[in-house]
Design a protein around this ligand. Structure first.
Ligand code: COA
Length: 185
């Protein structure tokens, strides 16, 4: 195996007879370094036949916010691999404001799990309500479109540590379910 540094000072390892396998990014990051908040307003083109927000519009905002977090963490292009546990808790009326908060909960080798919370705000009364929660898995890609190693994640606050531990348990549970199903085949 040989390695070289690119113009950003990133070490690239080249494995003989295989495509570029690992782009090793230095150090680690905390969830707060990459967390984002996005705001939208529910417009007529975002609504369903009940005059409340169309679920697909919310899913699109969630996917975009979460992708930005994942890309900020790894500094690479990312793709959505999985959307997990999306719960629509309450509707959002046309004209209401929407706050989308996303932060990184957990990282594997090449994957990143982002937690997203959506809150609606009645702009006339200021009343706020949690409306949607979701967890999404993204995979970082190298220049050839193959999964690539991501930096480590260091949760710092009590909330960040709780989210990290919960995500770790969910990843393990999924692995257990997958291997059980494979054994049954
Ligand atoms: C996501 C994708 C890159 C994974 O490629 P792959 O060759 O299967 O890669 P691997 O099997 O090595 O998995 C890579 C990582 O993704 C994770 N992963 C892959 N599929 C997953 C899924 N369905 N759910 C959760 N994690 C998943 C693996 O656990 C692994 O994580 P780790 O490296 O942290 O342990 C590939 O399936 C793909 O390109 N999918 C299409 C993505 C897309 O078009 N998204 C919509 C538009 S952005």
């Amino acid at each position: 195996m040989r390695s070289l540094k690119d113009s950003d000072g990133i070490t690239i390892c080249i494995v003989p007879n295989r495509k570029i396998k690992e782009v090793m990014k230095p150090a680690t990051k905390t969830p707060s370094e990459t967390a984002i908040e996005m705001r939208e307003m529910v417009m007529p083109n975002n609504t369903n036949t009940h005059g409340t927000v169309f679920g697909g519009a919310v899913m699109s905002w969630i996917d975009i916010a979460a992708a930005m977090v994942a890309a900020r963490h790894c500094g690479r292009p990312v793709v959505t691999a999985h959307i997990d546990d999306i719960d629509f808790i309450a509707p959002i009326k046309m004209g209401y404001h929407v706050l989308i908060q996303a932060s990184l909960n957990y990282v594997g080798k090449t994957s990143m799990i982002v937690g997203v919370k959506v809150t609606s705000e009645n702009p006339f009364t200021g009343e706020v309500r949690t409306t949607t929660k979701a967890y999404l898995t993204f995979v970082a890609l190298d220049d050839l479109g193959s999964p690539v190693v991501v930096p480590g994640l260091v949760p710092e606050t009590e909330d960040e540590i709780r989210r990290f531990e919960n995500a770790k348990k969910r990843v393990q549970m999924k692995k257990d379910v997958r291997s059980t199903l494979q054994r049954r085949k």
